[in-house]
Write a protein that binds this ligand. Structure first.
Ligand SMILES: Cc1ncc(C[n+]2csc(CCOP(=O)(O)OP(=O)(O)O)c2C)c(N)n1
Ligand SMILES: [Mg+2]
Length: 662
């Protein structure tokens, strides 16, 4: 391609970006204008994609980690011929129901691989995608054979999560991962030198990456660097020195072009400077034609891939397709049944983290797309089953990832694996460290991605490690995230039921909050139905019709509630117990299903070793709450339950005190 042709194509991106931002009266023109040369080289010479099938499983993934530069990807999707990305959509940038929201949303815009905007997430998602690619390649062969490209900004690389992602990618030698760094030395406050002096090339090199610095406006240098990166035996980072807002006569090179419309005069000047005389939103036919041709570049590769897929053994092909569709195997139901039958025959009075491991021993062989892991707490989280091999640089077929002490990077990489497709990732760490994963969990919920977080040591019940490790507000904080299912099973039977629900929730992430301490198995008989599916159900009823007290509890506190109910029964106050393994499932039921479970007792009590927030929806604001109102303490767990008054005796006493004197 001639330099002139390259420039015209790149300028089409610049013009569309500045015009759309101007029309929306908001947005970020600086990045698309600065990174247009990088994107043009990537999309016209390297990226493997098929605009007519945005979900082609073997496409290269392109992650715009710097999501504020959304107009860059919208312009590219339009220019290369993605049907949904019409010129009208560009004109409706940032408007309600447009395909061009302020930051890229994968569930709105075909061709957008992941939702970005919170800086640092995209690069960590990309690491997960690159892991997924190598893993599935190891299992299915060359039918999975693509690259993951990231465009990231200064902000992406300043966020702590980027270090976790980079270190993991370097360690796993993910050579199909190529990061293009928009090295413009500008952030919102001004020059990057105000707040940063890291040598990013050295930083990446020290993490095991190939890294180099180039002129990000020189198409030959960009192409040469990408070609070199494609041959590297490790991940690559190309620091592309660019000018933010390239082409704007006064605002280029300045933070003034980062996040607001350039204004009519500046746009006029930019049109002159770039030699782009066309009206707003007009891309001349010859330039659009060149872009559309670029969009067809991977046609042959696509056809070759179709043949490759067709040549697979039928059972391999159908298994690959099943996994990519995200459909669960038929074997799941039998695996769940078998675990439940075993528990009915020989009950287990064990911690729910161990119950979860017992469940996994049955589930993992039945659902081979499960890829587990832990952020360096494998032995505590019980997330590794006996048969699981480690996924490593020397064996990508392994299904257990030692994430290292990188909770945030782990959660974001898991999002990337799910987005890639073909994998159901699950994690492990302590529940208190959901705080360290929260931004990624929130994005999984927003995107509607099936990721499963096994979070153990879920209350003061962890004991001696003390208040730094004891979650108190975490269940409430997680329940506050829309479209996240927070499960807190009370025993081994609920553990397998909650696992099944988490696996079947295709568009919803799950957190499984599990205990360190042992618990009795309260569900003794075999029930074919998944009782946890209703979110709450009566686990202990009353003899006769009269109910004075309903006690609601989750997890480790259900056993306490059962004992409290027995005490109340003995004192002439018939009491029932409702286990509430999942608020979200319960509260989503219609009133006629919820009301019988809540019942009409004179006194409602909730028991949970966390804060009250959220419980009023079930027990009402006059309900009695037994739980925590401050931080925990360091002591053996039984002492802590006594100290904080979460005991059967305390529950019974508080319930009795609530009755009106007759
Ligand atoms: C986690 C997070 N913090 C803050 C922001 C707000 N924000 C958006 S872009 C940006 C930094 C801009 O600098 P850079 O990343 O270099 O992008 P450029 O201006 O060069 O396009 C900030 C602070 C964000 N999107 N995500
Ligand atoms: Mg910058």
């Amino acid at each position: 391609m001639s330099r002139a042709q390259h420039d015209r194509m790149a300028n089409a991106i610049r013009a569309l970006a500045m015009d759309a931002v101007e029309q929306a009266k908001s947005g970020h023109p600086g990045l698309p204008m600065g990174a247009a040369d990088i994107a043009t080289v990537l999309f016209t010479q390297f990226l493997k994609f098929d605009p007519s099938d945005p979900k082609w499983p073997d496409r290269d993934r392109f992650v715009l980690s710097a999501g504020h530069g959304s107009m860059l990807i919208y312009a590219l999707l339009h220019l290369t011929g993605y049907e949904a990305m019409t010129l009208d959509e560009l004109k409706r940038f940032r408007r309600l129901h447009s395909k061009t929201p302020g930051h890229p949303e994968n569930f709105i815009t075909p061709g957008v691989e992941t939702t970005t905007g919170p800086l640092g997430q995209g690069i960590a998602n990309a690491v997960g995608m690159a892991i997924a690619e190598r893993h599935l390649n190891a299992i299915f062969g060359d039918v999975v054979d693509h690259r993951t490209y990231v465009l990231c900004s200064d902000g992406d690389l300043m966020e702590g999560i980027s270090q976790e992602a980079i270190a993991l990618a370097g360690h796993l030698k993910l050579n199909r991962l190529i990061v293009l760094f928009d090295d413009n030395g500008i952030t919102i406050d001004g020059k990057l030198s105000l707040s940063d002096s890291v040598d990013q090339v050295k930083r990446f090199e020290s993490a095991g990456w190939h890294a180099e610095r180039i002129d990000g406006h020189d198409p030959h240098a960009i192409a040469a660097a990408i070609a070199k990166a494609q041959k590297a035996d490790c991940p690559s980072m190309i620091a592309c020195k660019t000018t933010i807002g390239f082409g704007a006569p006064n605002k280029a090179g300045s933070e003034k072009s980062h996040g607001s419309p350039l204004g009519a005069d500046e746009i006029k000047g930019a049109r002159e400077k770039l030699g782009w005389p066309h009206e707003p939103f007009v891309v001349p036919d010859d330039i659009l034609g060149d872009w559309r041709t670029a969009g067809q570049r991977s046609r042959d590769a696509r056809k070759a891939w179709d043949r490759k897929l067709a040549s697979l053994a039928p059972e391999v092909k159908s298994e690959f397709e099943r996994r990519i569709r995200g459909e669960l195997p038929k074997a799941l139901s039998d695996a769940v049944k078998s675990v439940k039958e075993t528990l009915a025959k020989s009950p287990k009075d064990i911690a729910t983290r161990a119950s979860s491991e017992f469940a996994l021993e049955g589930l993992v062989p039945a659902v081979p797309e499960m890829v587990g892991g832990s952020a360096d707490l494998t032995g505590s989280n019980n997330t590794r089953t006996k048969s699981m091999k480690a996924l490593s640089a020397s064996d990508y077929a392994g299904t257990f990832i030692n994430y290292g002490i990188r909770e945030h990077g782990m959660a974001a990489a898991m999002n990337g694996m799910t987005l890639h497709g073909g994998i159901i990732p699950y994690s492990g760490t302590f529940l208190v460290f959901t705080d360290y994963c929260r931004p990624a969990i929130r994005l999984a919920a927003l995107m509607g991605e099936r990721v499963i977080h096994v979070m153990t040591h879920d209350s003061i019940g962890l004991g001696e490690d003390g208040p730094t490790h004891q979650p108190v507000e975490h269940l409430a904080a997680l329940r506050a995230i829309p479209n996240l299912n927070v499960f807190r099973p009370c025993d081994a039977v609920e553990a397998i039921e909650c696992w099944e629900l988490a696996l079947r929730a295709k568009d919803t992430p799950s957190v499984l909050a599990l205990t360190r301490q042992n618990l009795p198995q309260l569900r003794s008989g075999y029930t074919a139905d998944n009782l946890c599916a209703a979110g709450a159900y009566e686990i202990m009823g009353v003899d006769g019709d009269n109910v004075d007290v309903s006690i609601f509890a989750t997890g480790s506190e259900v056993a306490i509630a059962v004992e409290a109910a027995q005490l109340l029964n003995r004192q002439g106050k018939p009491a029932r117990v409702v286990s509430v393994p999942c608020f979200e499932l319960f509260l989503s039921l219609p009133a006629e299903k919820r009301h019988p479970v809540i019942g009409g007792a004179e006194v409602n009590v909730a028991v949970e070793a966390g804060i009250r927030q959220g419980w009023d929806a079930i027990i009402g604001s006059d309900g009695v709450f037994v739980g925590m109102s401050g931080f925990g303490a360091s002591a053996p767990h039984k002492d802590l339950y006594g100290h904080f008054g979460i005991t059967p005796e305390a529950v019974a006493a508080k319930a009795l005190a609530k009755f009106r004197p007759r």
